[in-house]
Design a protein around this ligand. Sequence first.
Ligand SMILES: NC(=O)c1ccc[n+]([C@@H]2O[C@H](COP(=O)([O-])OP(=O)(O)OC[C@H]3O[C@@H](n4cnc5c(N)ncnc54)[C@H](O)[C@@H]3O)[C@@H](O)[C@H]2O)c1
Length: 254
Amino acid sequence: MDLKLKGKSALVTGGSTGIGSGISEHLAAEGIDVAVNYIVDEQQVLQFVETLNTTYGVNCIAVYGDVSKPEDNDAMVEQALDAYGKIDILVNNAGIWPTENMIEMPDENWMRVINICLNGPYLLSKRVVKSMIARNMKGVIINVSSKSAFQCNTGGHGHYTTAKAGLNMMTRSLAREISQYGIRVVGIAPGMVRTPINEDKWKDSGLMDQYLERIPAGRFAEPIEMGYLTAFLASDCAANFTGTTLDTTGGMLI
Ligand SMILES: NC(=O)c1ccc[n+]([C@@H]2O[C@H](COP(=O)([O-])OP(=O)(O)OC[C@H]3O[C@@H](n4cnc5c(N)ncnc54)[C@H](O)[C@@H]3O)[C@@H](O)[C@H]2O)c1
């Protein structure tokens, strides 16, 4: 489907693995130049970007940066702007999902999850939105939230659920604040997607069966499906969506 996104540019955090790779790939397939953020494994991201460029004829680049560090967010935005002159679409996808109980975890573990999953999207959104307003352009911010923002039914993710619930409210608050500039802010809430973050679940058939019982669709989603949804939300077909976080859990929240 041609969503008329050709020639736009995007920045996708954690964009070369798991859900991020599905998002970067489908945006590239729609003709978007993607600045693919990474924090580890430079060789992997360079190869990924080269594959996107040769397959889809786009100009994707790799952009290093830790989303929890203000100075890294400055550098990421600067590199994307140097390459493309503008950022039309920001996807705040980077995240971590550790398992540990709230009352036992060291304070710094709580801070780390909040810093990466909530403060990171804030720091980067602010910078990208300012670049959009300065260029008098419209744009879209897409936050990768989680089913866990709405419902926690496995233990040990208190920091993560809190961060993702906060991200949903940031999506709403920022949408309200900046819709006057023609900039939309939306979220997607996946349930279980087959990625490195949960490979201990889908590689263990016993655990996989337990999860499947909770997924009415009867399967883990694939990363590229998050790419399809993201491209739709980034397009003018979704012009009336802002401030909302879409359930893409295969029915886990029913
Ligand atoms: N896989 C699922 O079932 C699922 C469900 C709901 C939500 N999510 C969310 O989807 C997003 C992507 O996760 P995934 O499942 O693809 O796992 P993943 O581990 O493949 O992706 C996470 C990415 O974030 C990057 N990252 C981690 N810390 C970072 C930092 N400080 N700065 C920059 N990048 C950093 C990682 O290097 C990795 O590329 C996360 O926000 C996660 O919470 C995933």
